[in-house]
Structures are given as structure tokens and as C-alpha cells.
Design a protein around this ligand. Structure first.
Ligand code: DON
Length: 303
């Protein structure tokens, strides 16, 4: 089946579900997004992109940024980060404080907020500017220099980040941060507030489908590291419903509370889908249904 036909078929199948769930409202600027939006883009491993619906409209990538921060932390085949962050599914909400206390300051995985804060701290030491480094990567891979932080959204989140601040202070208390709490929080907030389209997201993540190779053929991650990053997305990328997501979709994926989900079909393509209504775990409701329909239609789950 042709890629465009696949996307058109998926869209037709999920269109009754668009608008299901609830738009995230704990960040005031996110609450204003139109819940009837739906976009989906597929980038083949050679970088050709196909799309449907609002696939060229900017969305707030939120926690999908955690994939790119982790890729920066792991680039150069640096395994150091795994001394500071675990690799187990959390089974708890992404911003749980209690789990971090129980785990004595070693976050369960790099995709819960505590884990992402430690990753940002690590990338601060590597690059001095995690947001700048991630933006460089995104702009180059997507071939779109306009990708940037949505300043209004970042400000809106910064004014409401009490729980993330609590996580960062708890980490600092355990000696798990090497930079000041506010510096780490500002970087984390800016990374979450990056705005880009499904088209750009699908293209920017192409290295995950190409076993670590960037669009120009240079290496970002070793083959083994790319495989492991995909494995971590599969087991930990969709909050406390990673099991259900693997059961329904069967692809490495990372979601964000802006309603985006990025999924990888290793060796073949990357898919980005966006619809702002979220299920109870914080995953896009129609987005997950679209990826479920996508793997059912194509048979391209990793299982
Ligand atoms: O930390 C937050 O609350 C958001 N900026 C990101 C949330 C999100 O997408 C889910 N986090 N894992």
C-alpha cells in the first residue's frame, strides 16, 4: 500500500475519535489549543515525508523533547547517564514525587520528569546549552531553521512548574544534580516548549529509524545506542500506560501532553501524530488510536 493511502485510511478510521479525551490544562497556554486538531506525518528512512490533516501545523512537543535530550546525552556513545537514571517503566504518573523519594534520587527512567531533569543536567555539562543543542539537531534534521521555543508557552509553564521544581529540589537534595536547580528547570521548561509540526518531528527523529545515522549519513548514535534508545521508548515512552501502548501499537514511541506522539518503525520510517485530547495517562487519545490503526493496517509493529 502507498504511504499516502495508509495515512488517508488511518485518518478516516480515527476521525470519529478526534476530540476525545481532555486537553492538558495544567499549563494555561496549553489549555487554549483547539481539541479538534488532528495531524499525522510519516517520514521514510530516506527523508521523504507524507502527511494528512494538520501535519504542517506547530504543536507543543512537551515531553517528546525528552527523546532528543536523551539522544544528546547518549551521543558519542556516552553511557555515563545510565549511572544516574534507571531504565525501568515507572508505572506511576510522570511527575510523581513519591517514587523519586522511594528510589532515593535515582529516577526510574529518563522519560519521567525527574529522569529528564537529570538528563538535562547531564547535557548541560556536555554542551553548556541543552536547548540550543537540541534546537540545532532538530533544525538540521528537519531542514527547517524556523523551529524554536514558543516563548509564551515557556513563560506560562515556568509560572506553574511547582511540581517540577519540587522534583528538582528533591534531586538536588540527593546530590543528583551538578547545576543549580533554576538553571536545570529553565532548560527543561524551554525544551518542553519547543514548537514544531508533525512533519518536522517525523523528519527530525529519522536517526532512530536509521540505526543512529543523521540525515546527511553522519553518525549521531552508535547502532547499539540507537537500538537501546528505541527500547527505552517502547518500555517507558508513554507514561504509566507503556504496557497498554505496546499491546495496542507495538512501536517505540514517546508522547507529550501537547497531544503529540512520535513513533519509530526501525529500518523503515518515523511517524508523528498530533491531536490535543489526552487520555487518563496523558497520551493523545486520537493519536494513540491512529497509531493502533496504523500498525494494524501495515503490520509494522516490532513484534
Ligand atoms: O513537565 C511537564 O509538566 C511538561 N512540561 C511536560 C509534560 C509531558 O509532556 C509529560 N511528561 N513526561
Amino acid at each position: 500500500m502507498r504511504y499516502q493511502t495508509i495515512l488517508d485510511t488511518v485518518r478516516a478510521e480515527v476521525s470519529p475519535l478526534v476530540g476525545c479525551g481532555r486537553v492538558a490544562d495544567y499549563i494555561p497556554a496549553l489549555a487554549t489549543v483547539d481539541p479538534s486538531r488532528f495531524g499525522m506525518a510519516l517520514a521514510t528512512a530516506d527523508g521523504t515525508v507524507y502527511g494528512v490533516g494538520d501535519w504542517q501545523t506547530s504543536l507543543s512537543i512537551q515531553s517528546i523533547s525528552k527523546v532528543f535530550s536523551l539522544a544528546m546525552a547518549l551521543s558519542g556513545d556516552d553511557e555515563e547517564i545510565w549511572r544516574r537514571v534507571g531504565r525501568e517503566p515507572s508505572g506511576s504518573p510522570f511527575n510523581a514525587l513519591q517514587q523519586l523519594e522511594n528510589d532515593r534520587g535515582v529516577p526510574r527512567n529518563p522519560f519521567v520528569n525527574a529522569g529528564a531533569l537529570v538528563v538535562v543536567d547531564h547535557v548541560l555539562a556536555l554542551t553548556g546549552d541543552p536547548t540550543g543543542a537540541v534546537l540545532d539537531l532538530l533544525r538540521t534534521e528537519a531542514d527547517n531553521p524556523a523551529i524554536d521555543v514558543d516563548r509564551q508557552l515557556a513563560k506560562s509553564e515556568a509560572g506553574n512548574r511547582h511540581r517540577n521544581a519540587a522534583l528538582a529540589h528533591l534531586l538536588a537534595d540527593y546530590g543528583a544534580l551538578t547545576h543549580p536547580v533554576d538553571v536545570v528547570l529553565d532548560q527543561y521548561t524551554d525544551l518542553c516548549a519547543i514548537a514544531m509540526s508533525c512533519r518536522d518531528l517525523a523528519r527530525a527523529a529519522g536517526f532512530l529509524a536509521r540505526h543512529g545515522l543523521r540525515a546527511d549519513g553522519s553518525r549521531l548514535l552508535s547502532r547499539s545506542t540507537a537500538k537501546r534508545l528505541n527500547a527505552t521508548m517502547l518500555t517507558c515512552g508513554t507514561y504509566d500506560s507503556a504496557g497498554e501502548f505496546a499491546y495496542r501499537v507495538g512501536l517505540p514511541a514517546k508522547s507529550g501532553v501537547g497531544g503529540g506522539i512520535l513513533a519509530v518503525v526501525p529500518n523503515r520510517c518515523t511517524v508523528a501524530v498530533w491531536s490535543p485530547g489526552l487520555d487518563e495517562s496523558g497520551n493523545s487519545c486520537a493519536g494513540r488510536a491512529a497509531l493502533d490503526a496504523f500498525t494494524t493496517l501495515t503490520g509494522w509493529s516490532v513484534f
